[in-house]
Design a protein around this ligand. Structure first.
Ligand code: TRP
Length: 326
């Protein structure tokens, strides 16, 4: 029996943190059991902005695959591959660029925002403008019903749907189903300082952090800024730590902590200790899996995944070429 199909990718821009895990990766891990799932390292996408210094990209590719497998992705349950190893993505991207108006790309909110916010790199290159066309190719190649992504990717998903619609209109209604974004149900995982968790804000807990890395980060983090002493009642709803209990503690323990905080019977020190225990329990098995993974094993996973992805991609490209008269 055929299972529904899904695909998603991440740019290898650095170590993955809890924000990535609870935002998207956890979703990947669940989907591999219910769908025919393709997950890839979007190394070409990393180059759209890091083209001037690509030295880190190769290392980040291996490390990201390790983070994925450590988090529970199983190469026997899903296809793990590298975008630049499946050249069909480039061909489809080129063909889709023929039917994509430049105005669609220029009005993309993510494009405009990043052009303004990222000032240490020149993002006036054509590759960056065409980022969503390549992403549409990555997705449509596998003709999935849905794509697990974070909320920040919704404008790109909308463009992908528009490109699919236009292709179908021009060349045949049955080519590409319009894929849905599959968001993780509101997982709130702020950074340690309350802003969005991000490597560049230096406010993250990384999947590869040891407890020696984690402890000082947690010790110095703010909780509820208005709670100065244990005898002051606190408010979990404005606390930077409490969202982590929501992610990692049982419902009963969350209630107990909320009660202790609001009634001033549990202090922030104990609350942090409980968090450290949970995070140790969470990271422990994950890092054990990571330690067992050699670089050679990662190469084997990618070699096998590349081949399986390519085989699927070729069936799509046969159809696309034929419909476009090639
Ligand atoms: N744009 C995505 C990100 O920044 C990465 C990506 C590239 C992607 N191609 C994709 C995600 C295809 C989903 C499907 O995270």
């Amino acid at each position: 029996m055929e299972r529904p199909r899904t695909v998603s990718g991440m740019r290898p821009t650095g170590p993955l943190h809890l924000g990535h895990y609870f935002g998207v990766l956890k979703n990947y891990v669940a989907l591999q059991h219910t769908e025919d799932a393709f997950f890839f390292v979007a190394d070409w996408h990393a180059l759209t902005s890091d083209y001037a210094d690509p030295s880190r990209v190769r290392e980040n590719i291996n490390e990201m695959v390790k983070d994925w497998v450590a988090a529970g992705l199983d190469p026997a349950q899903c296809v793990i591959f590298r975008q630049s190893s499946v050249k069909e993505h480039a061909e489809l991207s080129l063909l889709l660029s023929m039917i994509t108006p430049v105005s669609w790309l220029e009005r993309n909110p993510t494009y405009k925002e990043q052009q303004q916010q990222i000032t240490n790199k020149d993002l006036g290159n054509a590759g960056f403008l065409c980022y969503p066309v390549l992403m549409a190719a990555d997705i449509l190649m596998y003709r999935p019903h849905g794509v697990p992504v974070g909320e920040d990717q919704l404008p790109h998903m909308e463009l992908t749907r528009e490109i699919a619609r236009r292709f179908n209109y021009l060349y045949g209604e049955t080519t590409f189903p319009e894929p849905e974004a599959m968001l993780t149900p509101a997982a709130k995982c702020p950074g340690l300082d309350g802003r969005k968790m991000s490597k560049s804000y230096n406010n993250g807990i990384f999947l590869r952090d040891t407890m020696a890395d984690v402890e000082p980060k947690v010790k110095t983090m703010f909780t509820d800024k208005n709670r100065l002493r244990k005898s002051d009642p606190g408010n979990p709803d404005v606390c930077n730590l409490f969202p982590y209990h929501v992610l990692l503690a049982s419902k009963e323990e969350q209630d107990e902590i909320r009660e202790g905080c609001t009634h001033a019977t549990m202090g922030c020190v104990e609350c942090k200790q409980r968090f450290l225990k949970h995070i140790a329990e969470f990271l422990g098995p994950l890092q054990e899996r990571r330690r067992a993974l050699t670089d050679a094993a990662v190469q084997d996973i990618l070699a096998d995944g590349n081949e399986r992805a390519r085989a699927f991609a070729q069936t799509t490209m046969d159809m696309v070429r034929q419909r476009m008269g090639l």
